[in-house]
Design a protein around this ligand. Sequence first.
Ligand SMILES: [Zn+2]
Length: 385
Amino acid sequence: MANADARLGLFVFVDAFGWEILRQNTFMQDVLPFRCPLGTIFGYSSTCDPTILTGALPREHGHFSFYRYAPESSPFKHARLFSLLPASLTGRGRVRHHISKWYKRHLGYTGYFQLYNMPFDLLHHFEYTEKLDLYEPGGIIGGQPTIFDYLRERGIPFFHSDWRRGERENLAAAKAAVQHKELRFAYVYLAAMDAILHQHGPQSKEGQAHIRWYDGQLRQLLQAAQESHGDVRMHVFSDHGMTAVTRCSGLMAAVDRLGLRFGVDYAAVFDSTLARFWLLNDRARDLIPRLLAEVEDGHVVSDEELHRWGADFPDRSYGDLFYLLDPGVLLCPGHLGISPLAGMHGYAPEDRDSVAMYAASHAPESPPKRLEDLFGLMRAEADAT
Ligand SMILES: [Zn+2]
């Protein structure tokens, strides 16, 4: 029996479900009639998630990309030993995955940890930023409390998914949790579509099929919640969209050809859509910007853009110089991946395909405009229950 007074705030995060993708698909229109685009944040999920959970911008919460140049404090001092193993072995995804798991355990990291494609002979120059579980107290680098800290502090009964688990498991756990009348707040984490859209592209039939599956699953979840709560407010949102990849950039090889010494003249991280440089001497300060002016794959991010995008880190710890690729261009190879993909995100936040989405069962008093507005919305929902 539904408790007529019981209100539940049901928040569902769907990774990479962009506004353009929502517009092109039929998804829960009757149950989630309120919908609007949601401005994203410059960076990847590693930047967006902390912003969603805290309402803070990257320059405040300190999360941006996984790798940061920090030769003094790198925990990977001995990683070069792995580079002595044959490349045929260490180049394999499965082997890197096992080495990642070993490092994670060895370093006591509780956050999302993956070495990706960072070469073993370069790892000792870097530190990894997402050391701790963002959902647990103290997980945010800048120390901001998350929505979960807010709920814990007030003793509001809540549920959140385990981001380490798959969607089916998380949906089953959420369905079981919402049946408890005492529950006031739920945060469901769904991340499989991101991988599907990376592999098959934003307009793929695989992506469309997955959206139909979400539609069915989330209706069941809503129904389960309504059986025990008289007033369920459902909010579905994403962190960013997905852009169809049109070509690869060979920037990493072009930088290599400059003949500069890594860790002496410069350091760089080649994320998927962004090359970040630390210019350690005048030779690098001369050659790298000159090369970037010639490459026609993107542009050097200006200080004004960094400020507008909330990524003007006071200590420039994520790099002195950012080169952002044009929408649809992918760094391959890069430090995050070697093979081309059909879809990618992490382009200019204003680009159409980068924009995230928000859809809700009830029109909010002040609709969220950007990712950082979701925190206030979740807090208001928690206060109202
Ligand atoms: Zn992704």
